[in-house]
Design a protein around this ligand. Sequence first.
Ligand SMILES: C[S@@+](CC[C@H](N)C(=O)[O-])C[C@H]1O[C@@H](n2cnc3c(N)ncnc32)[C@H](O)[C@@H]1O
Length: 304
Amino acid sequence: MGQQHSKRIFRRRKNLDTTSLPSPVATSSSFTKASMFRYKEGRRYHEDESIPYVLPNDDEGSNFEVPLREDLEKGHLKVLDAGCGPGTWLFDMAEDFPHCHFYGIDVAPVFPQGIKPSNVTFALANLTEPLPYPDHHFDYIHQRLLLFGLTLPQWDVAMQELLRVLKPGGWIEFVEIDQEAHNRGPLLKIITDAMTQMLVSRNMVPDISERLVNYMEKYQLDHIHTTIKDFPMRHSGKVGDLFWDDFQRVAHAVQPIVSQTHSEWSSSQGYKDYLLSCADECTANQTTLSARSVWAQKPCVPVH
Ligand SMILES: C[S@@+](CC[C@H](N)C(=O)[O-])C[C@H]1O[C@@H](n2cnc3c(N)ncnc32)[C@H](O)[C@@H]1O
């Protein structure tokens, strides 16, 4: 399972050509110093200012946006991945920051039960119920791709619970994909609209990526930022192929539901053929889908 998921796009893209991907939206903050590097906006740069390379050197496929790289490298942070699935994000982070401890929770036992790094702990927990941690426990909370997991009221419950277990001054980051792809052709439109209808009919939130900032404001978090990355769907090399694989996996998972309203998708072969045509259409149209990271800091002192 771990190997299968290591091929997904939402992990550090160590060996991929990502030159075609646009840079994240810029944010602002101040410089702090560490031994070999300078840090700005949570990104790492050469300490030697005479080096003319102006881009961050911490890998364009960074697993997080919050400005915690320096603290993560020092160690001793407690990090929670909410709805961690098979633990893909946690394993990358645990390897990169061996002196921090990483906790993964999921409502289903989809995470590895046996061999895992010593700085990773998994637990079964439901985000819509009280979490098995005390108040103010984590320095950083990450949550990715719960679009298909939470209803509208459950987003509020989960947010409150995550903020309870986050330390004052701690950081929280959500990553969700946008509802509509750019340069979407008619075939992709039909299937993504069907997914949207399915979510709406279950009181889920297809445009959650665009609402996250409102949640952060509602809970009076500080330093709210958004980073948007556009992912190619089945074009521009390996990144596009991997992203398409991820999309297809989701599409197959929802087949039993979306085929209720589209009978032509009820046979596996019919559905596979449809997805194949969608893939060709995305390649021809150079379709992209945005993933949005929205991140903010819990106030150091209570707001009330
Ligand atoms: C699409 S997967 C994303 C997994 C992981 N975050 C990633 O990016 O690879 C969504 C995960 O959220 C979990 N999930 C859904 N509802 C949940 C809930 N109420 N509490 C905890 N986990 C939940 C699912 O079991 C699933 O593993």
